[in-house]
Each structure stands twice: as C-alpha cells, then as structure tokens.
Design a protein around this ligand. Structure first.
Ligand SMILES: C[S@@+](CC[C@H](N)C(=O)[O-])C[C@H]1O[C@@H](n2cnc3c(N)ncnc32)[C@H](O)[C@@H]1O
Length: 369
C-alpha cells in the first residue's frame, strides 16, 4: 500500500458508547473493502465509525441514519471539513441563554429520571444556545459532544432503564465510574478535544443524511459500495428504546408523548428492521433498491433473525456472497455480542451475468483481492 493511502489515519475516531458500534472491527472490515471505490454509502451509520473509516480511505462518503442524533455526528465528523468548537463557541454555549424561557423540556420531563434538576436545567440552557452557533457544523459538533457526554454520565450508557440516580448515589458504583457524579459540563469539556481533533477534510464533498434508508436509496446514484449494518432483529434492535433521550434532546420534541418510567417518546419513528414481522420484507426491499450498487458489505450476528442460512439465501438472489466470521472473545460491544457469539460479514459482489458489461473492470480488480 502506498504511504499516501494512510494520510488520514492519524485522525482518531472518538470512542463511542453505542450498541453494535463497529469501531473495534474496523481493520477486519477494511480487509473486505474492494479496490477502486470512489463513493461509499454507510446506510445504517449509528455512531459513524464505518463512515469515518470511509472518509479516512478518501472515499466520497454518504452516511445515513434514521435517528437525528446519529445524523448530527455524521454532520460533525463526516460532512464537516473544518469547523471546530473554539473558546468563543464555548462562551456562547455556556452563557446564560437569552432564549432560556423557551427551553425547559429536560427539566420538565427528565428531572429525577436521569438527572437531578440542576443538571437538567443546565442541559436545557445549553440546548437553547446551540442554534446561536454560527454554522450548522458547529451546531452538529455541540450535539455530538453533548450527546456523548450524556451516555458517559448515565450508567450503562443507554436510557432504557431507571437506575441512573440510584447508581449515582451508590459509593461502590461511583468508585468504579466517577462519571456518574461528575457535572455534565465537565464531561463535555473533557470530551471536546477528541472531537475537535477528529475533524478533517478528505478532499471530498461528504454528506450526512437523516432518512429511513428505504426512502433514501431511490434518490441515490453512482454508489460503488454500500455497507449495511442493520439492527440485529431479536437481539437489541430497539435503538429508539435505548437512546430516546438523545433523540429527544436533539429534536427537542414538542409533539410527542413521553411514556413509561424512562419517558421514552411516542410515537416512535418507523424502522422496518427492528421487528420480526417486518424485517424480511424490509430486507427484500432494501436489496431490490440497491440493485445498481455493485458491492455490498453486510454486518450481521449469529443470534439475529432471520438466521444466517436464511439470510444468505435472501442475499444470494441478488449477489454472489461469501461469509466471513469473527468470534467475540468477551461480551463487549452490545447488540448480541456476548462471549462466544459471532460477528458475521457478508461480502457480496455482483453476479457475473448481470454486471459483466457495466462494471467489468471493478469485477476483475475485486477478484484480485
Ligand atoms: C447496528 S447499528 C449501526 C452501528 C454502526 N455501524 C456503528 O458502527 O456505530 C444500526 C443503526 O441502524 C439505524 N436504523 C434502524 N432502522 C433504520 C432505517 N430504517 N433506516 C436508517 N437507519 C436505521 C439505527 O438507528 C442504528 O443506529
């Protein structure tokens, strides 16, 4: 590999805390990326870890997630070429907000659920200031870092439980994880440099999108590679249940109900990939709509529905497929990644009879991998 190909690899992806994030699998996934890709789509981007790899590889990167808080990370770290948060921005974000009176959702809904009142008020005030930053990219940086700060502060790093304040009052837990009692402002200030240092320009016009992938695909063309990392149905697929607080903070909903002990918003966005009754039809649709994209990489897990053999059968209708397997040694990583379970990568390339004339060159190069 030429030295030039590593020129963006000094930039570090800020470590996420997100179920199913692939930051620990990037070098494994990278081995199966075909040569001569110009444009790549990360269809279910989540924390944006794979998009960040695509950006480092100098691809024109299109990243998408149907949850806006993930899209904000995409705007901040994938689409953004140069906007960092500086001291003036921090003054804006931390000032007593001129718009404070209109911002009290966190205080009203989440006081004594995830936060003490003063922390909820701080979050509202900070949120009121985000629109005062001068560019959408700076605003996206503020969302990305503040949302990450919330996952650091709240025990277990997700919001599908009501133990946050119980654990934050337990000396044993605090000894193991001081973030539980640290002010969210301090967590934000600690995390910010790692996000600022991850902003770079790879010479491409990258794009972050916030749509259901089934709505987005018909609008795209000239994609060489798509990476699919769908929720693993039947095994922690309810991303809106786990991360509702971040979506609520980002959207600042005024037209939702907040239900059950965790105050999850209702109605939820429609995924199509998180419920057994929908998922097979959604995959069929997804693959139909991806007909023009020659190369597909699909992450999967051996505890998902449909099972590996059935899923392979579905993919085989559209692509030649090879299965790569990585076994988890421990339980880190969420989304069914318990010890002994397997991370699967379906490496898919065009069936020869359909693509010989249009992408012969790419086919030949792929065969050389
Ligand atoms: C397994 S996670 C992706 C993890 C990601 N590769 C990473 O490294 O962080 C699946 C993602 O799909 C998103 N998602 C679920 N249904 C979707 C849909 N219909 N369209 C787009 N995104 C969807 C979820 O919000 C979630 O972030």
């Amino acid at each position: 590999m030429l030295f030039d190909e590593y020129k963006y690899f000094d930039y570090q992806f800020p470590e996420p805390q997100y179920l199913g994030a692939k930051h620990t699998h990037l070098s494994w996934i990278n081995q199966y990326i075909p040569k001569n890709v110009e444009t790549a789509l990360d269809a279910f981007a989540g924390s944006q870890s794979v998009s960040f790899l695509f950006k480092q590889l100098e691809f024109r990167t299109i990243t998408n997630d149907f949850l806006n808080f993930n899209n904000q990370i995409g705007k901040a770290l994938i689409e953004n070429k140069c906007n960092k948060l500086d001291d003036d921005d921090l003054m804006t974000l931390l000032q007593q907000s001129p718009n404070k009176n209109d911002f009290h959702l966190m205080e009203d809904i989440f006081t004594d659920v995830f936060f003490e009142r003063d922390e909820a008020v701080f979050l509202d005030n900070f949120r009121a200031n985000i629109p005062l930053l001068e560019t959408p990219y700076k605003q996206a940086m503020a969302f990305a870092v503040m949302n990450r700060s919330m996952t650091r502060k709240i025990t277990m790093g997700h919001f599908a439980h009501t133990q946050a304040l119980v654990y934050a009052g337990d000396p044993e837990r605090i000894k193991r994880n001081r973030s539980l009692i640290r002010p969210i402002r301090d967590l934000f200030l600690d995390l910010l440099p790692s996000y600022n240092n991850a902003v770079f320009d790879n010479g491409q016009d990258n794009k972050s999108v916030n749509e259901n992938i089934l709505d987005l695909l018909p609008k795209l063309s000239n994609i060489d590679l798509v990476y699919f990392d769908p929720p693993y149905c039947d095994s922690h697929a309810d991303y809106q249940g786990f991360y509702h607080l971040l979506e609520t903070y980002t959207e600042y909903w005024c037209d939702k109900e907040f239900v059950n002990g965790t105050k999850r918003y209702e109605p939820q966005r429609y995924s199509g990939f998180d419920k057994k009754r929908d998922v097979i039809t959604s995959f069929e649709k997804l693959f139909e709509l991806s007909g023009e994209i020659p190369y597909w990489l699909i992450s999967y897990n051996d505890r998902s529905y449909p099972g590996i053999a059935e899923f392979q059968k579905i993919i085989s209708k559209y692509r030649d497929v090879q299965i790569e397997v990585k076994t988890y040694q421990n339980g880190r990583g969420g989304k069914g990644s318990v010890a002994g379970s397997q991370e699967i990568l379906f490496v898919c390339k065009p069936k020869k009879q359909y693509f010989v004339s249009t992408i012969k060159q790419k086919e030949l190069e792929y065969a050389e991998l």
